[in-house]
Design a binder for this molecule. Sequence first.
Ligand code: PXP
Length: 260
Amino acid sequence: MIQALSTQNISTPVLSVNLNKVALLRNSRGGVLPDPLQAARVAIDAGCGGITLHPRPDLRHARPQDARAMRALCRNVELNLEGNPYAGAGDRYPGFVPLLLECRPEQATLVPDGDAQLTSDHGWDLVTEAGRLRPLIAQLRDAGMRVSLFMDVDSPDIERAAELGADRIEIYTGPYAHAHAFGDAGAALDACARTAERAHAVGLKVNAGHDLDQHNLGPLLRHVPSISEVSIGHALINDALYDGLDLTVRRYLQAISAAA
Ligand code: PXP
C-alpha cells in the first residue's frame, strides 16, 4: 500500500469542527436554540483547533450572521469558511466572496457546490474553472486568507491547484468513508495517499473532509500522516447527541493523536 510520508509535511492534524448541523437544528424552529456560538465555545474549550461553517445562499444552515459572530469568537482557533465563490448576493446573503472579505477567516475553502446539492459531493474541475478561479484566489490571498480547494482523489487537476495560487487542497473523503463502511478501504486509502503526495510535490498542504467519523478517521490519518487538517461535522454532531459535545470533541482529538 502507498503511504504519503513526506516528513516535512507531518504535524498533528488540526480538528476543525463544522457546526452547520447546529445551525440547521436552530433554523428548524426559527428561534435562537441551539446556538452555534455556544457549541463553538464548548468545542474550543475541549481543544479543537478550528471551527468551520458553510454559509449557503439559501440560508438553510449557517447564515452570514453566524459567520460574522464566529469571526468575533474565533481569536485563538482558526475560522474556516466554506462555500462556492460564485455564489452571488441574495436576500440576506451578501455573496460568498464579499462575506469572506468581510469576515477574513484564516482559511477559505472553495467548493463547487450547487444550490440544490444536499452537501458537497465533488471537487473542482480546474481546467474549466481556471480563468474564473485564479483572480478570486489571488483576491482572497491578498486579503490575508489561506485558500484551499476541494478536490476529488486522483483528480488530474491536483497540480493545477498550485498553479492557480491555492495554498492547500481539501481531499473529498466521501468515497473513502463509503469504502470504509463496506470494509474495503484499501484502494480508497491508496488514492488519498497518492493525491496527497502529488499535492505535496507541488508545495500544497492537504486537508481532508466529508463523512469522516470516529471509526474511519484513524485509518485515514495513519495512512496519510501528512494531512494538516480534518473538517468534521455530521458524524461529530451525531455523536454529540449521545455523548455530549465536549466529550465527543475530546474523543475525535484522541483519535487524531492516537494516529499521529
Ligand atoms: N468539507 C466540505 C467542503 C464540506 O462541504 C463539508 C460539509 O459541510 C465537510 C467538509 C464536512 O463534512 P461532514 O459534515 O460529512 O463531516
